[in-house]
Write a protein that binds this ligand. Structure first.
Ligand SMILES: Cc1ncc(COP(=O)(O)O)c(C=O)c1O
Length: 476
């Protein structure tokens, strides 16, 4: 019997409950057996057909994004043992403390109502949906006849969950996205089979700017959904009006624009007056214009741990995005949604954004000065976000690419993210050295000033060490 089933010559174990022998695991795990190892043709077959891996069904390569990989490498250098001695400029997180002048103190406790013990609606609770709609109407749509209502807003458990919800409801489409952009798009866009992701490389010469012509070209080839972060991760540049309006005019009635505005608060283009740049400004009819805006508490309210975010868009889109939470994530936790409502009062948000912009611009200026004095060339001073897309080409050869620079920084207890992680390259077809992002790292000035000082000191030591090394007479 066992031979008929193909278990001949295999060891059997005993079922503890029944005492009946049962075959060992049918799928081999670990190293191949002796029979296989001694047969050339079997070895060839195994080399060509990935499979028989430990843990049936697991594809561990899908598990992590670039930032996680960087943290794992840093952990090998002792980061997790002494995190306070490190400058983590890798993670895209803002400082969360209450000591920024002018920012409102974050709640230290929250009420948990009886109601919030229940399952919440997967589109979010209505009062928070209303508060989000009101915020965008006040900040971006004053005097316009078409206004957002609660039905134009879905609350989602964080930005990534929101992006996944959007991806889940897209139909057969070409989805255009730009290189470089936010690392998680890579995994997200390769996860879904309902659309085809089309990478669109931007030009390094003009700071990876998204020109309206590019959008027109994409639409001409049949792309019907365009996704981009704006302000842009990792380049720290924003597409603002009138160009943003021009892009939206090109997309109107032709393509859905997904505007990921997670860094909207970090805007240094208007003297830190608290204003934010949003595609909401240029939408004509909130239910007709296919513009999906995504933002949340994560970055501009400096609450990445709360996992509260929102999507705005036409009612029909929002209905689908709200409902698909029922099979994807189950919705955002209710107590924190309730606690978020008072934070979105428009005059409070305006003051908060002023304080945020003033503080982060100061940090940006400090970091840019330090890096320039070390010899880095910064052609485009970032006008938004808390990232610097740092070109390494002027550095000594051994540290002039992102991976080697990253590695050298670890020795000095500094974490940055190698640029290649932002090269959205879903099929991983490109040689690493051919990547347009290979000579860059992303530097985050999200952390507190004292951490930035420590990080700049560490980078300065790296640069000096390698300058001395390559100028040494024995270096070849
Ligand atoms: C452009 C962009 N969108 C979305 C997110 C995700 O935010 P969340 O942490 O809420 O999932 C990030 C986080 O780094 C981001 O950079």
């Amino acid at each position: 019997m066992s031979n008929i089933l193909g278990f001949g010559n295999r060891k059997f174990s005993i079922n503890r409950n029944t005492g009946v022998p049962r075959p060992a695991r049918r799928f081999s795990s670990g190293e191949p057996g002796l029979n296989e190892a001694s047969s050339k043709v079997h070895r060839q077959f195994r080399a060509a057909h990935e499979g028989h891996l430990p843990h049936a069904g697991l594809d561990a390569t899908r598990a992590s994004t670039g930032v996680v990989w960087c943290t794992e490498r840093a952990a090998e250098h002792g980061f997790l043992d002494e995190p306070d001695k490190w400058a983590n400029l890798g993670q895209g997180a803002p400082e969360v403390e209450d000591d920024i002048e002018g920012c409102f103190p974050r709640p230290k406790t929250i009420d948990i109502s009886l109601n919030s013990r229940e399952y919440g609606p997967t589109a979010g609770i209505k009062p928070l949906r209303e508060a989000v709609a009101n915020l965008y109407n006040e900040m971006h749509r004053k005097g316009k006849p078409s206004q957002y209502t609660w039905e134009n807003v879905a609350i989602v458990p964080g930005g990534r969950a929101g992006l996944i919800r959007i991806a889940a409801v897209l139909n057969n489409a070409y989805v255009g996205f730009f290189i470089p952009d936010y690392t998680a798009y890579n995994e997200m866009l390769s996860l879904f089979k309902n659309f085809a992701a089309i990478p669109v490389p931007l030009s390094e010469d003009d700071g990876y700017h998204i020109h309206p012509d590019k959008i027109a070209e994409e639409i001409a080839r049949g792309t019907s959904v365009i996704i981009t972060s704006n302000p842009r991760n990792p380049t720290g540049l924003v597409v603002a009006n009138p160009e943003l309006a021009e892009i939206q005019d090109i997309c109107r009635e032709r393509a859905t624009l997904v505007s990921d505005e997670f860094y909207s608060g970090y805007n240094y283009t208007s003297n830190c007056d608290g204003s934010t740049i949003s595609a909401a400004e240029n939408v004509i009819d909130v239910d007709e214009d296919d513009v999906l805006i995504i933002d949340g508490l994560t970055k501009r309210f400096r609450l990445p741990g709360w996992r509260v975010a929102w999507i705005l868009g036409p009612k029909e889109f929002i209905k689908a995005i709200g409902s698909c939470g029922s099979y994807l994530d189950g919705g955002t936790n209710v107590p924190f949604q309730e606690a978020a409502i008072p934070m979105l009062e428009p005059s409070l948000v305006k003051k908060e954004m002023q304080a945020l912009q003033t503080h982060f611009k100061e940090k940006r200026d400090y970091v840019i000065d330090r890096l320039r004095s070390m010899g880095f060339t910064i052609r485009h001073v970032p006008d938004s976000t808390f990232y610097i897309w740092l070109n390494l080409e002027g550095l000594p050869g051994p540290i002039s690419d992102g991976l080697n620079f990253f590695q050298a920084c670890l020795e000095e207890k500094v974490i940055v993210v190698p640029g290649i992680f932002f090269d959205l390259n879903p099929a991983r077809r490109r040689d690493l050295f051919d990547s347009p992002c290979h000579h860059f790292v992303r530097f985050s000035y999200g952390p507190k000033m004292e951490v930035l000082k420590m990080g700049c000191d560490g980078i300065e030591r790296v640069v000096n060490k390698f300058k001395n090394l390559v100028s040494h007479p024995n270096y070849n």
